[in-house]
Design a binder for this molecule. Structure first.
Ligand SMILES: Cc1cc2nc3c(=O)[nH]c(=O)nc-3n(C[C@H](O)[C@H](O)[C@H](O)COP(=O)(O)OP(=O)(O)OC[C@H]3O[C@@H](n4cnc5c(N)ncnc54)[C@H](O)[C@@H]3O)c2cc1C
Length: 336
């Protein structure tokens, strides 16, 4: 069983980091104390993969972001329950799906990142109109699975390059479809690793906004779809993907739409009208193809992207008096 305990007197942070790796444990600074937590190996019962100082650029679609102190990819749901239960009470925890809506700053993330992709990967049909998907399953996989099974309504998910967990957290949507309009129920885990069953009424849901019980994360979803024609659903997926690649810079690292559309307007139209297409800070560029996308031309840093976001907001505010709100979530520390 995993357990946290305080390091013995005289062990400082650096010694702790070095020594406990050999014991397959991890050090956490909690409330000014150094704590040692057994986390991996046969003694702890944990089966997931733990990495230290993991560059978040490997886990974000912008390909930027400094190191996370610890990253844990659980083997499965039971493993994740055990891991969460082993964390000190106040350990900061961030869940990262496929990082397709995240700007992680260059100084990285203090605390523990949970990576459900590859771990929470169950996907099965329940009956002739419902399916259940783990939060770590890619949205595109869910869309294709549903379409092949003749379950319709989830085709729009095919072009969203994130996980189902991320889609639930963001109420991701496209081409008139929205994630939560399909949700029959979700399962969540809390900080202590306890499982909860929730329904849509437990959340406040709006355009790209989901507010629910604090300190809980999605681990699976049951989708209510319609029974329909498999060929027609697959053909709709192909046509939606073609529309995307015609209008979006899908071959360049990005985070999709950076800003929410203001009421009765389009962020892309406002940005383009300020002449900002092609505007660049470092290797971060307002896409020439779609003004609401910022692309990484190769060597962009998170600071370049964030500076460009602020610059676009200022210019749109000056010209139109409209304050653009970021859809992208910005997390982590500035580089010192
Ligand atoms: C090319 C491109 C096109 C895109 N097109 C669209 C689009 O058409 N429509 C759209 O809505 N979005 C779009 N996006 C944005 C993005 O794909 C979605 O917001 C997606 O839902 C994010 O999923 P993710 O798994 O990558 O989440 P992440 O980016 O990893 O995380 C996003 C947020 O969700 C939280 N989160 C992640 N997993 C969980 C979980 N299991 N439980 C609780 N919280 C969690 C994270 O902590 C974070 O706050 C696009 C992005 C790209 C790069």
């Amino acid at each position: 069983m995993a357990a946290a305990f305080t390091a013995g007197a005289g062990i400082n942070w650096r010694q702790c980091q070095v020594q406990v790796r050999a014991w397959q444990a991890v050090c956490i600074k909690a409330g000014g104390e150094v704590q040692v937590m057994m986390v991996a190996g046969s003694a702890s019962g944990l089966r997931g993969e733990l990495k230290y100082a993991e560059p978040m650029s490997a886990h974000t679609s912008w390909r930027v972001g400094g190191p996370a102190d610890r990253c844990y990819r659980p083997a499965d749901l039971d493993d994740l329950k055990l891991f969460l239960a082993s964390l000190p009470e106040h350990e900061p925890v961030l869940w990262v799906g496929l990082g397709s809506n995240l700007l992680v700053r260059d100084g990285g993330i203090r605390g523990t990142v949970i990576l459900p992709f590859g771990g929470l990967d169950t996907l099965h049909r329940l009956d002739d109109s419902r399916l259940r998907a783990g939060a770590g399953v890619a949205c595109a996989k869910v869309a294709r699975f549903a379409a092949r099974a003749g379950l319709t309504g989830a085709e729009f998910l095919a072009g969203i390059p994130g996980t189902m967990g991320g889609a639930l957290a963001m109420n991701a949507g496209a081409f008139g479809g929205e994630t939560w309009s399909l949700v029959a129920g979700v399962e969540t885990l809390d900080h202590r690793g306890e499982l909860h069953e929730r329904i849509a009424a437990d959340y406040q849901i709006a355009y790209r906004t989901v507010i629910g019980p604090a300190d809980e994360w999605f681990v699976s979803v049951e989708l209510q779809l319609k029974s329909g024609d498999a060929d027609a659903a697959q053909s709709r997926i192909r046509s939606l993907l073609e529309r995307r690649s015609a209008t979006q810079p899908t071959q360049q690292p990005s985070c999709g739409s950076v800003f929410r559309n203001p009421a009765d307007n389009f962020a892309a139209r406002l940005i383009e009208s300020c002449g900002l297409k092609g505007e660049q800070i470092g290797d971060a560029q307002v896409s020439e193809k779609h003004a609401n996308f910022i692309v990484n031309l190769g060597q962009a840093r998170a600071a370049d992207i964030e500076a460009l976001i602020r610059y676009v907001q200022e210019r749109v505010q000056q010209k139109h008096g409209i304050s653009l709100q970021a859809e992208v979530r910005i997390v982590g520390e500035f580089e010192r």
